[in-house]
Design a protein around this ligand. Structure first.
Ligand code: ADP
Ligand code: GLC
Length: 485
């Protein structure tokens, strides 16, 4: 089974969120199960310059405004996953983020940048660009790669099926209808049963309409996106796909997230020997300027600061958290209003609330290892990875019961405690009061060291490995490929 994965970010080269973690880990897990997987990625400097000795597969004339486009093939550093890079300096070689300039504004040519990505993927799948390798199946991730499904559908004589994975329905890649001519697709693609979306055009809708199968990153989110509440205006399209939509939970990359081997920690630890966990807490408090109060539980947040993550609830519940005697450490970046509010909270409560604004992978490990519990009170959450990292590190997740959070955390209610299944704390309403009630339960549990230790051990025993997810994807690929190898 040959599979081409198409995506706009990949850990450890370019990462804005969990998508990169998935694209870094899933192909490796699929390869361990015997699949012949390759990646196809945009040639941002961080990617194009990181692959040692790439081989030029083909050079093409002007495409999507880029004068020169080349397809090169290299290998992901640190893994053996072959990666095609779309080398189009005009579109990708610039400082700034994958989707935005340094000032936070969207790149004005994102239509061309991600149309080219999809076009190249579809033509590798079509077999014209690399004569030595043609995938059995194409797998596109999120709106940035979604046009691959449309170009494949438009490709004459195409027999390669596509899978489209929705990592986050809230980001859709919507552009003015007038840009349609630049896409080079037949006119019927710009209809309501195609990529037309309320008088504009939508890359996300291209994936949802033209992929043979749609997956999302948890079973609960797969059900949620068919509803008005979570469908971001596309729930009708999702419902229209009926049984073609399913959920496969993400995993944890154990080579990156493992408390027993994490080189960046003050101390390593296992479920059998938790002593190191306390050393990490002490080190984190010292690093963050938090008081070393023996009985105080430390709650952590590692997150993009966006409306999705429900961190306004944490701000509203902060007085209650402090009243309960707990401390808070927040690592994140994003919305300037949230950054300012957390910064104000840290100033108002020195020694009890600490904030680090910015993106720092190593610090994320120290926060997740050093905190007692990790807060993920999201308004919606397709899967969520930080609660999975928390489980693995014995840092109990306190989550809102939505999407992948509902699928991965077992609330410490009476029955789950009695049966030894509990792994964290969950609440339902997106209100400060509901979060406060969950915080109170967590602080009460923390005050009983034996009970808390049992929860930690159960959490650390959970198996959210990529191997399970890879098995799920492979079964799906095999059904779609209908016996073709
Ligand atoms: P999302 O993709 O919606 O942001 P996930 O929980 O799936 O949410 O993934 C977030 C990923 O980004 C995790 O790997 C998390 O550790 C990381 N992350 C989030 N914010 C930061 C930050 N400020 N610094 C370092 N890593 C971060
Ligand atoms: C998105 C979602 C997050 C998910 C990640 C990886 O960024 O917001 O919930 O874990 O993709 O699939």
């Amino acid at each position: 089974m040959r599979v081409l994965h198409v995506a706009a970010e990949v850990f450890p080269l370019v990462k804005t969120g969990g998508l990169a973690d998935v694209v870094g880990a899933l192909p490796q897990a699929l390869r361990r199960r015997g699949a012949d997987v390759r990646l196809l990625l945009p040639g941002y400097p961080a990617i194009a310059d990181a692959l040692p000795n790439p081989k030029t597969i083909v050079e093409l004339g002007p495409l999507f405004g880029a004068g020169r486009v080349a397809l090169r093939l290299g290998e992901m550093p640190g893994s053996e996953v072959p990666a095609y890079v779309v080398d189009a300096p005009w579109l990708y070689r610039r400082a700034g983020g994958p989707y935005q300039a340094g000032d936070g504004s969207e790149w004005p040519d994102n239509l061309q940048r991600f149309a080219l990505l999809g076009w190249m993927a579809a033509h590798v799948a079509g077999g014209e660009l690399d004569r030595d390798w043609q995938p059995t199946l194409l797998h596109a991730h999120d709106w940035h790669a979604a046009m691959a499904c449309a170009y494949l559908a438009a490709h004459p004589g195409n027999t390669v099926p596509s899978v489209f994975t929705v990592h986050n329905l809230a980001y859709q890649g919507v552009f003015p209808a007038g840009d349609f001519a630049q896409l080079g697709l037949p006119p019927h693609f710009m209809q309501s049963h195609g990529i037309e979306y309320h008088g504009q055009l939508s890359f996300m809708k291209a994936g949802l309409k033209y992929a043979r199968r749609i997956t999302t990153v948890s079973p609960t989110y797969a059900r949620e996106i068919a509803t008005h509440e979570f469908g971001c205006g596309l729930d009708g399209v999702i419902r229209g796909r009926g049984g073609d939509v399913s959920g496969i939970l993400n995993g944890v990359d154990g080579a990156v997230w493992d408390p027993a081997a994490d080189a960046g920690l003050a101390a390593r630890y296992t479920a059998a020997d938790l002593a190191g966990k306390q050393r990490n807490k002490a080190a984190l408090r010292a690093e963050m300027g938090l008081e070393a109060r023996a009985a105080a539980p430390l709650f952590g947040v590692v997150s993009r600061l966006t409306a999705q993550k429900g961190l306004d609830l944490v701000l509203a519940a902060l007085p209650a958290l402090l009243r309960l005697g707990a401390q808070l450490v927040v690592q994140g970046s994003g919305d300037p209003v949230l950054e300012a509010a957390f910064s104000q909270a840290a100033h108002a409560h020195p020694g009890q609330v600490a904030l680090r604004i910015g993106y720092d992978e190593a610090l994320a490990h120290r926060v997740i290892a050093g905190a007692d519990a990790i807060l993920v009170p999201s308004r919606f959450e397709p899967c969520g990875l930080t609660q999975l990292y928390g489980l693995r590190y014995g840092t109990l997740p306190l989550v809102r019961r939505v999407g992948g959070l509902a699928d991965t955390v077992v609330d410490a209610d009476e029955a789950a405690l009695r049966e030894g299944r509990a792994t964290g704390f969950a609440f339902d309403a997106a209100t400060p009061a509901a979060l406060e009630a969950a915080l109170e339960r967590a602080v009460r549990a923390y005050a009983q060291p034996e009970a808390w230790r049992r929860l930690m051990k159960t959490a650390m025993a959970q198996d959210f490995s990529w191997d399970g997810a890879a098995a799920g994807y492979l079964a799906l690929y095999q059904r779609l490929a209908g016996g073709r190898e």
